[in-house]
Design a protein. Structure first.
Lengths: 467, 467
């Protein structure tokens, strides 16, 4: 993999001033995202683009040679969506990390795709504004990657997902828009707008299969004035915690976040970070309420009561801000903490909220049946569960059992009226599950859209609908 | 128009049990929406469908004969999107008005397209739930029509538009999905989901040009517990009111609704309904705040202060619920009240909020230049303005002047970074404006999507992207 063939050398010749990376160590590091077990192809090289014009030239040159283009940001994806494909170019957008504009009067920001989510949050906070989408990867993941997967996070329960914040974008495309390498602007700067089809919504969540997004116009919200309140409940088992989740919705309560952490996750974080968490319960529910004033106090108290009524060992409206921060930090660190312990196969099913207890019970049963450890962390209030299936490096039997458990969890989620992916995307790992989930005519329509907008199958081929 | 040719009679023969309406009076009433001046074609007939299966049969039969299908709900559209086309069938969905399911545990409703917006609101309210999108036409317009145009309304400032509430849908389509008449399910019941491309988002706002939507799965919210507070400000002129709108956003305030009514609109409503409104100011701003408790009181007070600082004659945090209701009723009645006075050409531009004062000044200047009366009602907080251009029946000179003013308003909105349609849709009236607004490659992509998903150009041909 340290040399590329002469045909590919001509790609470099066509792109003067751009550094075509062919060093095998660097290529290896750029060839995959955070998804365990997703296959990785052998790329011809990588380029770190800095401007839309460079992306335009790169896409045109690749199209001329039929070299697939796989765009990537920080590589924090969990479905293999950014994994290299054989003979393809890796287009690294992490250096396109400029915040182009913050417009406080209209509460919008325009950013390049490589801007890190938390960096954007900090920049707009200085203007009294807030960008809500908060995937657990927010300290590292980029807006481009968030847009590619329609990333969710903790606070989407109340504030929605990435798609709800993307007003407009610029993308480098081919096909009906013009020759490959054409830059197109879709969407708008206004809060409302219905002039033509929703191209923006189509690109969000398309995982780089329809073009390369080079600029994003984002809607912002006013910064929250009051510190959010935290409610914590401890439960004897995850299913009991799931019952409390269902009861929360039934009570008409809409916290900002409603997260579930099981004992294995809590312990993994504590062993790593020593945050001072005690893990006496089998499952914790963490809720955040941001309604200001007395009404927020009442909402938090009502939530704690719902937890108690659902059988919590204890439930508290936390008054200790440090403790609350530690708990949410633990939630965010659950995935990397588990990853430290060995290979993890991450699930991302989403079921109707009323089905959360049943789904959690099924996950336990599936783990027991295959004799494997499944830790669970969840955006439980959204019905979005992340069972983390653990294995041991080099243990092929355990790996096969994990794969079976993975597939059974997907099947069960579909049976409960859910989806195989709530926020991580299809990438490579969920392609079979997606086919199982979708109505066949809908899949045919998606494939037709891909063929229409990318007739050369140049952009991230094989991912998502995987022609 | 009272007879149809033999070729079309065979359509009726193919659809036993379905009543093909050919009575010219009935056809006339079903041939247009509420858009003045949009051209109306001569249909071959109309059918009032009651089930998805009937729609399936109708679409298949029409496809076999290349008879275009124009779906319609209540006909309250304002862009001609539901107007009949020559030789086409009118597919009236207003009888498909069943609420299929209300699921309080998951806060969703599944409805047929003919359900009236306010009827849905009332039905879910009985379960302690709320369906926020509230176009002024809510007492009459259907969810199907709301989905077709991605309808907005008053409270979208804080709670979003129709697209934000559509989780899933069923549509009868043709092309890549299968033979014309294939029913496809897209989307989901869960709050999150990223399995494949966003077909749902693509259908919402496509104005019936990609297929016929026969069922919609909607996200709901918990009912609001506190009665909203109303803040009213009176201004010397509409531009001053516009300045207050811009100042509201700048102050980080996010009321539920922020509406503008000028004197002409207020007077037209009062002359008609005698609500007891006094119209001493040139423009009123009506805001609603639904933050509960003391924080809501503070927010309303801050808003009144912003109005005063921006030069309001007076601004009050209304404590009289009846008065507040009368003012919002007046806002909702503004359009029909103006329509009573003669033909009205309704605009629907949306500009960045900071450009609202400039846009209002331009509208005044354009009216003065052409010597025509333009009344303005606006979802001002969204930057979504509805200048109502008045003419007199039979006055061709006035009509031409109105058309010129209409076009100039669109051009000005685009120049200010806005869009030609915020929520009414493109239909027939905004086709030229949309072409002016869109990046040409984006238009080409939309046309390619239409050709791909509706290769026969069967569904509402000539509307929106208008092949």
């Amino acid at each position: 993999m340290s040399t590329i063939d002469p045909g590919d050398r001509s790609l470099a010749a066509d792109l003067p001033g751009l550094d075509l990376i062919t060093d095998s160590d660097v290529l290896d590091s750029l060839s995959h995202d955070d998804a365990e077990w997703a296959p990785t192809g052998r790329p011809v090289g990588a380029i770190r683009a800095r401007t839309t014009e460079e992306v335009t030239a790169i896409v045109a040159a690749c199209a001329a040679r039929r070299i697939p283009v796989v765009a990537r940001g920080a590589g924090t994806g969990l479905s293999g969506g950014a994994n290299a494909v054989d003979g393809g170019l890796i287009l690294d957008l992490s250096r396109m990390n400029r915040i182009v504009e913050i417009d406080p009067d209209n509460m919008i920001a325009i950013v390049q795709p490589g801007v890190v989510n938390d960096d954007l949050k900090a920049a707009v906070a200085a203007h009294g504004l807030w960008y809500p989408p908060d995937p657990a990867s927010a300290p590292w993941s980029t807006i481009g990657g968030n847009v590619a997967t329609n990333a969710g996070g903790l606070c989407c329960l109340k504030y929605g997902v990435t798609r709800d914040y993307v007003l407009g974008l610029q993308a480098v495309v081919g096909g009906p828009a013009g020759p490959y390498g054409t830059a197109v602007r879709a969407g708008r700067r206004t809060t409302k707008g219905v002039a033509g089809y929703d191209l923006v919504g189509l690109f969000v969540g398309s995982e780089g299969t329809l073009g390369v997004v080079t600029e994003v116009t984002l809607r912002l919200r006013p910064a929250r004035t009051a510190a959010p309140r935290t409610v914590v409940g401890a439960f004897d088992n995850v299913v009991a915690a799931g019952n409390a989740v269902a009861a929360t919705t039934r009570a008409g309560l809409l916290p900002t976040a409603l997260e579930l952490l099981d004992r294995a996750c809590l312990r993994a974080v504590e062993d790593w970070k020593h945050l001072g968490l005690s893990a006496t319960a089998e499952a914790l529910l963490l809720a955040q309420v941001d309604t200001p004033g007395e009404a927020g106090h009442d909402e938090a108290a009502a939530l704690a009561q719902v937890f108690r009524d659902a059988g919590a060992q204890w439930a508290e409206h936390s008054t200790d801000e440090l403790e609350a921060e530690a708990l949410f930090a633990a939630r965010r660190l659950a995935y990397p903490a588990m990853e430290r312990l060995g290979p993890v196969l991450t699930e991302d099913v989403c079921v109707p909220r009323s089905a959360v207890p049943a789904m959690l019970a099924s996950i336990e049963a599936i783990g027991a049946r295959h004799g494997i450890a499944i830790a669970t962390v969840a955006h439980a209030g959204d019905g979005n569960l992340h069972p983390l299936i653990r294995t041991r490096t080099g243990d092929e039997t355990a790996r096969e059992a994990a794969q079976k458990a993975f597939d059974e969890i997907l099947t069960e989620a579909i049976a409960l009226g859910g989806t195989v992916t709530g926020e991580h995307g299809v990438g490579l790992l969920k392609r079979a599950g997606m086919r199982q989930e979708l109505d066949p005519p809908a899949l045919s329509m998606m494939q037709a859209l891909k063929r229409t907008l990318d007739p050369l199958d140049l952009f991230n081929p094989g991912k998502v609908i995987g022609l």
